[in-house]
Design a protein around this ligand. Structure first.
Ligand code: ZN
Length: 321
């Protein structure tokens, strides 16, 4: 069976900090606050399933097994845990997320089968005044941070920045961070679900009890030196790619489609496309085409080759470096 651009039914996650904003893209959400839509996922905690076409109903885990390099590309075949190497999410932060940090692949305390988690965010929408936490204030050591956590004043150690739509952040493993209330985010990350929480605003979780904190793990994995985290605004001209993140795990670029743009996947890697705004068409192969619109996320198989985006839209594309 021939591969084609794959659209998946998202795995929606209930989170105490979530909301209903993903409905704006036409997704039907389960009841309650929904914080994360896993759009392209192959993880023990969520596998996305193809939503249409001849492969409808197949999970990304099954497709990865049956199609191998045709789907993943040659670079995708070396993932440390044998699964799809990346995870793509849309995040609706209706309330502040916990202050957290993720380990690297090298951390000895990683749960079995888990990878580290380097991630990047692209801000799709932000309410006026929305802020995020992004790194330690310079000079904060492990000892100072441990004291601040013990004394309930961890916020004194953290950098807060205001955000607007179109901002992009690169968050290497070891960077303390928290998305704040009022932002809608596209997140590209290593395929990992390991979160160490330093602080959760003393609020109850969905079950009414405080969520677990992981202070010792957090202190162990935080990078207290010069962070490689970056922040950028992302003005871009139609028909040019702007690199938002260039990491050992993924490259993420932003492009603006205005008219017709001829593109191609490489046999080295799949591509993941996020349509951030606007609408248009995606065409490939011998004259196949489908309408695409904001909020959709496509997995383009490495074997796809030439494809074309038409219309007016802003897209992110991600692939393996
Ligand atoms: Zn995170």
């Amino acid at each position: 069976m021939t591969l084609y651009p794959l659209l998946f039914t998202p795995v929606m996650k209930n989170n105490v900090w979530g909301g209903r904003a993903l409905e704006r893209y036409g997704y039907s959400l389960p009841d309650g606050p929904i914080g994360e839509g896993w759009m392209i996922g192959d993880h023990a905690n969520g596998v996305t399933v193809v939503s249409d076409g001849p492969l409808q109903g197949r999970g990304l885990d099954e497709l990865r097994e049956t199609h191998g390099a045709e789907l993943l590309g040659s670079k995708g075949m070396t993932s440390h845990n044998g699964r799809f190497p990346l995870l793509l999410k849309l995040l609706d932060c209706n309330d502040d997320l916990s202050v957290q940090v993720h380990p690297s692949d090298e951390y000895k305390g990683l749960p079995a089968g888990e990878l580290g988690k380097t991630e990047m965010w692209y801000i799709l929408d932000a309410k006026p005044g929305a802020r995020i936490i992004y790194g330690l204030i310079p000079g904060v050591t492990r000892e100072k941070l441990a004291d601040a956590i013990a004394q309930g004043r961890v916020m004194d150690c953290l950098q807060q920045v205001s955000v607007k739509p179109g901002d992009s952040f690169y968050i290497p493993a070891g960077t303390v961070h928290a998305l704040g209330a009022g932002v809608l985010v596209a997140e590209v990350q290593q395929n990992s679900d390991t979160v160490y929480r330093l602080y959760d605003y003393n609020r109850p979780g969905l079950d009414g009890k405080p969520r677990e904190l992981h202070v010792e793990h957090s202190l162990n994995v935080i990078n207290y030196g010069e962070s490689k985290a970056t922040r950028m605004t992302t003005d871009v001209r139609p028909g040019e790619w702007l690199t938002l993140a260039q990491s050992p795990y993924f490259v993420v670029e932003k492009g603006v489609v205005n008219g017709v743009w001829q593109l191609a996947t490489s046999p080295d890697s799949f591509e993941m496309l996020v349509v951030c705004d606007g609408e248009g068409t995606l065409s490939w192969g011998g004259g196949e085409s489908r309408p695409v619109k904001a909020g959709q996320c496509y997995l383009l198989p490495a074997v796809l080759g030439a494809y074309e985006l038409g219309g007016r839209m802003t897209v992110l594309r991600s692939y393996l470096p």
